[in-house]
Design a protein around this ligand. Sequence first.
Ligand code: PEP
Ligand code: MN
Length: 345
Amino acid sequence: MSPNATEEDVAAVVARVEGVGGEAFVSKGVVRTIIGLVGDLESFHHLNLRTLRGVADVHRISDPYKLVSRQHHPDRSTVWVGPAGRQVPIGPDSFTFLAGPCAVETPEQTLAAAQMAKGAGATILRGGAYKPRTSPYAFQGLGVRGLEILADVGRATGLPVVTEVVDARDVAVVAEHADMLQVGTRNMANFGLLQAVGEAGKPVLLKRGMTATIEEWLMAAEYIAQRGNLDVVLCERGIRTFEPATRNTLDISAVPVVQATSHLPVIVDPSHAAGRKDLVVPLSRAAIAVGADGIIVDVHPEPETALCDGPQALLGADLRELAQAVRRLPSAVGRVDAGELSRTA
Ligand code: PEP
Ligand code: MN
């Protein structure tokens, strides 16, 4: 309350809070009175307490998200990806390596990229069939045909597949072909899409909006969880800053910050963060060291002909170096390769 608030002002706040079933604890200081509220946050929202006479400010102490918060779910979660019989974990005990082409272009290119990914130790295949491009003239992805190619290659290589969905109208067909649905940075706050993937019955990979705060990102996850789907994996993929040397700035501190407040797994996408292949290995090492639950990396058999994001795709010696880092480093931070924990029964 403001220093000049009267007894009646305090009593009015208490009465409004109690009127919706809440409790109000009044503590009087020499200059100020503070009122602590306990109860259902939703009902307090509608009280518009800031508009009452004598109220100086209103601060929330608890998290604004419930389902994804560690306040009510202290143990960190593991999300299982893939069909029964070959499920791969993403969570606190393992380290999961996801890799594949930025976009599905042809069956041959997708299979080659998947074999490269698998050879490097990846246990989940990525590949976009619907590409959210900045320009409407850029390659938009193969759509349903791309989903079919990705699903075929996933079966052929034994890798579960994750692919992006950019439109709520496509959620059903994407869920039919993919083991995990990706919501990209440009759609993180597309609430209709979040609700649709929340009802699709498949795990979701939710990328951080490139201008989203961590709280906004977790609120986006809450939209999915609120529709009954708690199988959400968060992906830090870089945010926009003033620095032009990299495409985005990988916010490495987001990983432990999110892990402290949310029980959901968090992975890192060094490829889309940097936009440059020379930074993918060092940023992957950083992600492992900081405690990420996995990484997702672009690979391509012929980056110079790639229809999307060629400059950040790994192959050859770079990919071998990444494979070595992923084989060696996770155990140093107490992680087991996700392949070893897979449910293959
Ligand atoms: C992608 O992973 O293919 C992609 C488009 O990523 P982002 O949404 O992070 O840009
Ligand atoms: Mn891309």
